[in-house]
Design a protein. Structure first.
Ligand code: 4AD
Ligand code: MG
Length: 434
């Protein structure tokens, strides 16, 4: 094969119209019409149709081209053409070599069930839709880093192996840590609070673990959480940052992932207006009232269940902050509302269109005695939280923060049915493989 043509990525194809180029990739689909073969090529950065004809190729290469199968890996060179009207390109192949001729591809165009696809996740990941989802995820990760970097936050990497619970003690993954018991982190929040007096604005971003027994379209046992924590900040200031961050992330997706959104057939009109208007706000009491009117049997002192989140958020075209939850259904570290000690000074952010909770956040209790009492009231052992309590002794300040679940945001922005497609290799109660 000739070595003169420059090797390019399909992401840059529009710069090479009329030129001879070389592309490395995979044949994700193919068809033949007698004297012409059409190969749909994927190179990881984009897609293109390759046209092979008996007249352009040597006799040997034309014969070899008949052996191509779906998912065969290939190097090809040829001339780039642009569709006269559309933003579509094709390459007229002059020469090619196979890296490997693929065995029969097990994922055909047939309607496979989700279990089959998940069992074959290591192969399914190549599907165009799965590619689009992971590309969006990538944009959202970069946008998160960029937002915090632009806003004077310092990234603090919280530990994964921890001696205590950060959230609900019923959802802990226990691991043996030499002679002790340890838990996989549910959130980095408590460690971020420790970093606050040094850095004032901090965040972390990494895998977190919850032994969720529930089989829902929203729950994974391993998921990526970003926690942020701000000193000298009240709940209003906290929500302002959350709203800015989500708008920034949405904007970045609209800027960089139009092709992906098209592949996902995502209605982008909702995403476009999210950037423009303020997020909605409801108190928990107002949400309960609205839900009861919609037919839910939720009680005033209850958390919103998955069905409630679906029901409520279908009524909205932008995210909704739900504030003032009953304190007893929220975590021990949450500060109470100044006007009502039964309510937590907190907010969950719910994504619209039936998606539900994407962020949980609150003001933190900063008083030593009150926090210690809460720890005891919640049935936790103060001696396990001695270092966390210490933070209230040395220059304690009003502070708060929030945490988002990356997969929940990917699921919503991609318009997916289920959170399991939003992460490359999902972990759920029923799935640890591949
Ligand atoms: O609401 P959560 O439990 O809040 C915390 O852990 C706080 N410590 C965060 C903080 O204030 N720094 O979890 C935060 C978010 C949820 O809103 C949700 O998006 C996601 O994490 N999440 C899950 N995502 C997938 N699967 C699960 N099992 C999840 N549990 C929570
Ligand atoms: Mg929550």
């Amino acid at each position: 094969m000739s070595k003169t043509a420059s090797k390019i990525l399909l992401a840059n194809i529009k710069d090479y119209v009329g030129q001879t180029v070389t592309i490395d990739g995979w044949i994700y689909n193919l068809r033949s019409s007698g004297k012409i073969n059409f190969w749909q090529i994927r190179d990881g950065s984009g897609f293109i149709q390759a046209v092979l004809s008996a007249t352009d190729l040597s006799e040997a290469k034309w014969a070899l081209s008949q052996q191509a199968t779906q998912e065969t890996s290939v190097k090809l060179s040829g001339v780039v053409n642009k569709h006269p009207k559309k933003e579509e390109y094709e390459i007229v192949v002059k020469d090619f070599d196979f890296y490997q001729i693929s065995e029969e591809w097990p994922i055909g165009n047939k309607d496979h069930g989700i279990e089959f696809l998940m069992d074959n996740r290591h192969l399914w990941l190549r599907a165009k839709r799965q590619w689009a989802i992971q590309r969006l995820r990538n944009t959202l990760i970069l946008a998160t880093y960029n937002y915090f970097n632009l806003n004077n936050f310092t990234k603090i990497d919280s530990p994964i192996l921890t001696p205590t619970a950060g959230e609900n003690t019923t959802e802990l993954f226990k691991v043996k840590y030499f002679d002790e018991e340890a838990y996989l982190s549910q959130t980095g929040q408590l460690y971020l609070e420790a970093a606050l007096p040094a850095f004032a604005r901090v965040y972390d971003f990494g895998p977190t673990f919850r032994a969720e027994k529930s089989k829902t379209r929203r729950h994974l046992t391993e998921f990526w959480m970003m926690d942020a924590e701000m000193a000298f900040c009240d709940l209003d200031g906290n929500l302002k940052i959350q709203e800015e961050l989500i708008k920034f992330m949405t904007m970045e997706v609209l800027k960089h992932n139009q092709d992906e959104l098209r592949i996902l057939e995502r209605d982008t009109s909702i995403l476009e207006q999210i950037i423009k208007k303020p997020f909605y706000r409801l108190t928990h009491a107002q949400a309960v009232e609205a839900l009861q009117k919609l037919g839910s049997d939720i009680k005033a002192d209850e958390d919103l269940g998955g069905d409630d989140e679906t029901l409520l958020t279908k009524q909205y075209d932008a995210p909704i902050f739900i504030t003032n939850y009953p304190a007893k259904i929220k975590a021990f570290y949450m500060k109470r509302n100044a006007d009502n000690q039964d309510l937590a000074e907190c907010a969950d952010l719910l994504a619209p269109e039936g998606y539900g909770e994407i962020i949980g956040g609150s003001q933190r209790e900063e008083d030593y005695d009150t926090l210690k009492r809460r720890i005891i009231d919640y049935g936790l052992k103060p001696e396990n939280y001695d270092w966390y309590l210490d933070l209230r002794k040395y220059g304690s300040v009003p502070h708060g923060g929030f945490g988002f679940g990356l997969e929940r945001i990917v699921t919503w922005l991609c318009g997916l049915e289920h959170v399991r497609e939003s992460i490359p290799f999902p972990r759920t109660i029923y799935r640890l493989k591949p």
